[in-house]
Design a protein around this ligand. Structure first.
Ligand SMILES: Cc1cc2nc3c(=O)[nH]c(=O)nc-3n(C[C@H](O)[C@H](O)[C@H](O)COP(=O)(O)OP(=O)(O)OC[C@H]3O[C@@H](n4cnc5c(N)ncnc54)[C@H](O)[C@@H]3O)c2cc1C
Length: 435
């Protein structure tokens, strides 16, 4: 790169995390960078906004990183935002069964051998040490195996560990129900987190909001390096000859791409498939539903959450996770195909019921309270991480020397998360820089 890079421009289309990661890499390598984003703000599926109904800044959905997400945490460190994440000293995940009222805290052991499964006090209630051995079947999963294929037990009932551990873990990590999620991809998650011990499992969440951690500081650094961003720029067509991309068509204007310039498309799979001729992409997606609830004044939780990690895992109700930030409770439902079809009012009722139980709100005041609730349905939150869909993930390289692809859904080898988005951006930047 060096001297020549300074005269070349990199056109990065899409200002989600993948686009920001690619733009950051290229700007730091001396390229003149222009980002083009269809929306009026950056961040894509990982952003904050001020919600007029709640009168609060909220995130489109709760996001969590683990220490194992080294690329994502490296990106956050590079943009100087590490202290904007909560940083609990230990990996301890509190859980509550909303149906039975039982609660427990999942605390992975220090080293790679999970001695904790032999300690009844640390096991998930209702499970025996032997139940956990089934995890090894994931290690030998074939490319077409689902999580359910590997963890099935005789008689169909998969047991308490299934309901209280494998289902929550799979939908949290892969946003795909274990009956269809790739066993190999889940094994990668287990291998890089639980199998490495507590240190790799330490969770991180945004203190004030996603944009405050991942988006605004990245834009600041990119701007500081001379980069530009054009909002409300939706790419309509990629113009090319046999060898390279020659122009980008934004409908009302075209941007020429002279020899030496590079292009990164950091778009969702559907948009990429529509724009790049002959490219097969995984179009099958799974939704995530989030409910953001402003607690009514005077309604105060009886259950307190850890100040350095104010989250609670839930089973036995409708929601999977509850996050608390000031007076806003945010609940997440992953792999929410059925729930996403329900009207917002129905979802709001279910989420308020789960909130009241989870936080131990006085039933009488919870019943009469008028919480303000915003339901956000991200219908295409991530690709469906099934064996079939994963085979369609393309790598970053295309048949045009100056065009590279990025996005959490491209073939990074990792689940479609912030970590994958960051990795994909770096891989695409490397290809543009050295075609
Ligand atoms: C509710 C929810 C919860 C999640 N929870 C977690 C979590 O806990 N941990 C985790 O690591 N990950 C989580 N994820 C996944 C994470 O948000 C994504 O992996 C990541 O944000 C994807 O970034 P991206 O840049 O690949 O894609 P996107 O964010 O989709 O970025 C693509 C960008 O391209 C723009 N665009 C689209 N079409 C065009 C066009 N034609 N021209 C120009 N621009 C265009 C879009 O507006 C968007 O800004 C969650 C996602 C959701 C939705």
């Amino acid at each position: 790169m060096g001297e020549t890079a300074a005269h070349r421009r990199a056109h990065v289309v899409g200002a989600g995390i993948a686009g920001l990661s690619a733009a950051l890499r290229l700007a730091k390598a001396g390229w003149r960078v222009t980002l083009y984003e269809a929306a009026a703000q950056a961040g894509g599926r990982c952003r904050s906004y001020v919600d007029a109904k709640l009168e609060r800044s909220i995130d489109n959905g709760n996001h969590m990183l683990l220490a194992a997400n080294t690329a994502a945490l490296g990106f956050v460190a590079e943009i100087g935002a590490s202290d904007r994440l909560t940083r609990p000293t230990e990996a301890a995940f509190p859980f509550l069964d909303l149906a039975s009222g039982e609660s427990w805290t999942l605390t992975p052991g220090k080293g790679p051998i999970p001695w904790w499964i032999f300690d009844k006090a640390r096991r998930i209630p209702g499970t025996g040490a032997g139940d956990y051995f089934g995890a090894w079947k994931l290690a030998f999963a074939g490319a077409d195996d689902t999580v359910a294929d590997c963890l099935a037990r005789k008689g169909g009932d998969r047991g308490v560990l299934w309901r209280r551990f494998w289902v929550p873990l799979t939908v949290a990590a892969l946003n795909t129900h274990p009956r269809e999620a790739s066993a190999r991809l889940l094994w990668l998650v287990v291998r890089e987190s639980f199998a490495k011990g507590a240190e790799a499992c330490r969770p991180f969440v945004a203190r004030r909001g996603l944009s405050d951690v991942f988006v605004n500081p990245a834009l600041d650094v990119i701007h500081g390096l001379g980069g530009e961003i054009g909002f409300n720029h939706r790419l309509r067509a990629v113009i090319h000859d046999d060898a390279r991309v020659t122009a980008l068509d934004f409908g009302d204007h075209k941007v020429e791409v002279p020899p030496g310039d590079g292009v990164v498309l950091a778009l969702p799979p559907g948009a990429t498939g529509d724009l790049v001729p002959g490219l097969a992409v995984p179009r099958d997606a799974r939704p995530i539903v989030n409910a953001h609830i402003r607690l009514p004044e005077g309604v105060r939780p009886a259950r307190s959450l850890a100040p350095d990690l104010p989250i609670l895992g839930l089973v036995g109700g409708s929601a999977d996770w509850l996050f608390l930030r000031d007076d806003v409770v945010s609940l997440t439902v992953s792999a929410a195909e059925d729930l996403a079809e329900q009207p917002a009012e129905t979802i709001a009722g279910l989420m308020w019921r789960d909130t009241a139980r989870a936080l131990g709100l006085d039933p009488a005041s919870a019943a009469s309270a008028q919480p303000v609730i915003r339901i956000i349905k991200e219908k295409r939150a991530t690709l469906a991480q099934t064996p079939a869909a994963l085979k369609l993930r393309p790598g970053p390289r295309t048949r045009w020397a100056n065009l590279a692809l990025a996005g959490d859904w491209t073939d990074t080898g990792y689940p479609a998360t912030i970590d994958s988005a960051v990795r994909s951006g770096a891989a695409a930047a490397a290809i543009v820089a050295k075609p």
